[in-house]
Design a protein around this ligand. Structure first.
Ligand SMILES: *[C@@H]1O[C@H](CO)[C@@H](O)[C@H](O)[C@H]1NC(C)=O
Ligand SMILES: *[C@@H]1O[C@H](CO)[C@@H](O)[C@H](O)[C@H]1NC(C)=O
Ligand SMILES: *[C@@H]1O[C@H](CO)[C@@H](O)[C@H](O)[C@H]1NC(C)=O
Ligand SMILES: *[C@@H]1O[C@H](CO)[C@@H](O)[C@H](O)[C@H]1NC(C)=O
Ligand SMILES: *[C@@H]1O[C@H](CO)[C@@H](O)[C@H](O)[C@H]1NC(C)=O
Length: 255
C-alpha cells in the first residue's frame, strides 16, 4: 500500500503541472483579418487536395524547424491547380502554440474554398496561399488597423505607444527573422515582417503599419495588419518578458 499522503501529493502536483501548462499555452488565435482572392477555382477539388497537402507540409516543417522564428513555405507547383503557401508565427510563440494557431488559421481559410487564394491573420500567426508564387509585395489592399474596444486614459500613454512603435518599425527590419519586441512606460509592443520579403519591403510595410496603428492610440491595445508585416501594442504584456529588447541600443544617443 502506498501511503495516502503521497497519493494526494501526486494528485496536487499533477493539478499544479496541468494549471501551469494551461496558463502558459497561448496560441493567440484571436482572428484579426481573413480575406479570399477574387479568382474562382476552375477545379475546386484538385485545388483543395493540393491546399491540404501544402498546409500539411507547412505544419510538418514547423514541427522540425530549429529557427528562432517559426515559419515555412510550401508549394504544389507540379499541378494544373498549383498552390503556393507561407505561414509564420510571432517570434515569441512556442512551437506547439504556433501549430495550434496555424491549424486554426487553416480552418478559417475554408471560407475561401471556392477561390484560389486566402489570407488569415491572427494575433499569433499569419497564413497565406495563392495559385501563383507569393511575390515580394510591400502592402496589399488588406493593410488596416484593428483597435481594442477599451481606452487607456493614463497620461502620456499615446506618446509612449508612438515612441515605442516608431522604434520597433525601424529596428524590426534590421533583426534576423524581422521580429522585435519591446516595452516602454507601461506599453508592450511587437513588430514583424514575413521572413521571405527583402529588407526594403519590410521597412516600407512597417512604415505603412506604423501610420495605420496610430489610428488606435487612444485604445488600450491595437494592431496593424498586412499580408507581409504585423504590429501590435497593448497596456498588458502579451509576450514573455525574456523577448523584450533594449531598443535604445539600436539608436545613436540623441535620437
Ligand atoms: C465565384 O463563384 C461564386 C459562386 O460559386 C460566384 O458567386 C462569384 O461571383 C464568383 N466570383 C468570380 C470572381 O467569378
Ligand atoms: C481537406 O482537409 C479538410 C480538413 O482537414 C477536409 O475536410 C477536406 O475534405 C480535405 N479536402 C480534400 C480535397 O482533401
Ligand atoms: C507533385 O509533387 C508531389 C511532391 O511535391 C508528389 O507527391 C506528387 O506525386 C507530384 N504529382 C505529380 C502529378 O507529379
Ligand atoms: C470588448 O471586447 C471583448 C472581446 O473582444 C468583449 O468580451 C468585451 O465585452 C468588450 N467590451 C466592451 C466594453 O464592449
Ligand atoms: C524565453 O524563454 C523561453 C522559455 O524558457 C525559451 O524557450 C525561449 O527560447 C526564450 N527566448 C528568448 C528570446 O530568450
Amino acid at each position: 500500500m502506498y501511503p495516502r499522503f503521497s497519493e494526494n501529493l501526486l494528485i496536487s502536483l499533477l493539478i499544479i503541472v496541468h494549471l501551469t501548462i494551461t496558463i502558459v499555452a497561448d496560441p493567440q488565435i484571436n482572428l484579426l483579418s481573413v480575406g479570399c482572392s477574387n479568382h474562382n477555382s476552375t477545379n475546386p477539388s484538385l485545388f483543395l487536395a493540393n491546399l491540404n497537402a501544402t498546409i500539411y507540409d507547412l505544419k510538418s516543417q514547423i514541427y522540425t524547424s530549429d529557427g528562432r522564428i517559426l515559419f515555412a513555405t510550401a508549394e504544389r507547383s507540379n499541378s494544373s491547380m498549383p498552390v503556393f503557401a507561407l505561414a509564420f508565427c510571432r517570434g515569441y510563440l512556442s512551437r506547439q502554440d504556433c501549430i495550434t494557431c496555424l491549424t486554426s488559421a487553416a480552418s478559417r481559410a475554408r471560407i475561401c474554398s471556392s477561390e484560389t487564394g486566402g489570407l488569415v491573420i491572427d494575433d499569433g500567426c499569419t497564413m497565406r496561399y495563392e495559385s501563383a508564387p507569393l511575390l515580394d509585395q510591400s502592402t496589399l489592399p488588406v493593410n488596416n488597423f484593428v483597435c481594442g474596444n477599451e481606452t487607456d486614459d493614463t497620461a502620456g500613454f499615446d506618446d509612449s505607444a508612438r515612441e515605442l512603435l516608431r522604434g520597433l518599425s525601424l529596428v524590426a527590419p534590421r533583426m534576423t527573422g524581422y521580429f522585435a519586441a519591446a516595452a516602454y512606460a507601461g506599453v508592450y509592443a511587437v513588430a514583424q515582417c514575413s521572413p521571405i520579403v527583402s529588407q526594403p519591403v519590410c521597412s516600407v510595410c512597417l512604415q505603412v503599419a506604423y501610420a495605420n496603428i496610430k489610428g488606435c492610440f487612444s485604445a488600450s491595445d491595437g494592431r496593424a495588419v498586412d499580408a507581409v508585416c504585423f504590429m501590435r501594442y497593448s497596456n498588458e504584456a502579451f509576450f514573455p518578458a525574456n523577448y523584450t529588447m533594449n531598443l535604445a541600443a539600436y539608436f545613436p544617443p540623441g535620437i
